[in-house]
Design a protein around this ligand. Sequence first.
Ligand SMILES: [Zn+2]
Length: 448
Amino acid sequence: MLIMNATLITWEPGANRVLNDHAILIENDRIKEIGTTNELTSRYSQTQTMDARGQYVMPGSICAHTHFYGAYARGMAIPGAAPKDFPEILQRLWWPLDRSLDAESIQYSVLPCLVDAVKHGTTTLFDHHASPNAIEGSLDIIAEAVEQAGLRAVLCYEVTDRDGESRMKAGINENVRFIKKMKSPLLAGTFGLHASLTLSDSSLDLCRQAAPDDVGFHIHTAEHEADEYDSLNKSQTRVIDRLQKHDILGPRTITAHGVHFDAREMEILADMDTWLSHQPRSNMNNGVGVAQIESMLRAGIKVCLGNDGFSNAMWEEWKAAYLLPKVHYRDPRRMGGYDVTQMAIYNNAALANVFFTDAPIGQFVPGAYADLIFVDYHPNTPLTAGNLPWHIIFGFQQSMITTTIVGGKVLMRDRELLTLDEAEISAKAREIAPKVWDRYQSEAAKIL
Ligand SMILES: [Zn+2]
């Protein structure tokens, strides 16, 4: 397929270009060639074409940390007084909710999120899943939905002690089973851990022993200070020191949040070449604080951008990442657009390539995976490779995305979804949600 009449944004590391009137030749799931529309249309006159009509065409967005099961929380009532802090949000919202999931409700939490991802141009997602009453096979249900959508995803199951030893072990088995089974261009597995505060030393060791050698972990870290105090009580060290002691860190491990890291924890993460995913919308919503992202980037930590179950509209996360430090420090100079780009574009792409190693992701170069989106944006000021981050933050809207392609397959064309039926999926999800909410209310009542 030849995409022609496009304004390409290539996002090559260190050499991003904006190229007018260009074309991309896609062969199977890869980008084969990039050139001007004139050149490629005359050389490939027999190839099927897709006219971008001057739209911006760029690599799809990547989300480094999400929870599909969070879909059921939308509009759901939490019984009793509003939770006063993040530990109460976990105990009264998320844990009773994940205990309410069964196979069918897992499937219909995932599909609406994937509709959202295709519509909003998020083409690779890192999910962190928990369903303590439906553990075995849960990752297969998610994988099947991801394959149906045609997106790219890295999946894992959150191992935790909070539902007893047998479920903790079932979580380990689910990760190992899925990691060993899953070798596909669109899907990969990693080893999920909930958080230091719900894992004993012996459980962390069991996870380390069970995880295959070339596999990393995906874990929440220091999202709230409770995680740090719990670690200090359990082990007399902070969260990252504790995880290092249990051999959990490394170049394939993703730590999410890090809002309450101290300087030494940042140093260890940088030394261990470990990823950190930042979710500012979630941090604001939970009132947990502001992660020291600029310091982490300066320390050499590979900071990525995720959404923690908020909409799969990653430019919204860009905006939050850009704005939050400004109000927090009362200083408009904080968090430049290039720092946001470093996280959302370059680090997210490098993280995706840890799991999908056959071809570059997130940049337009010959040989890269053909994961791309069309954006119908008409800038009222010049748009250049240099000022692009500010166009994305102040000009781009997710509704401008008209076409989404992953691995050369068209998932949405001119805003028409081709792999998922949004009306049918939402109707079915609305039918299932009240049953999940009923189970949630009985689970939540046990805690009050
Ligand atoms: Zn999370």
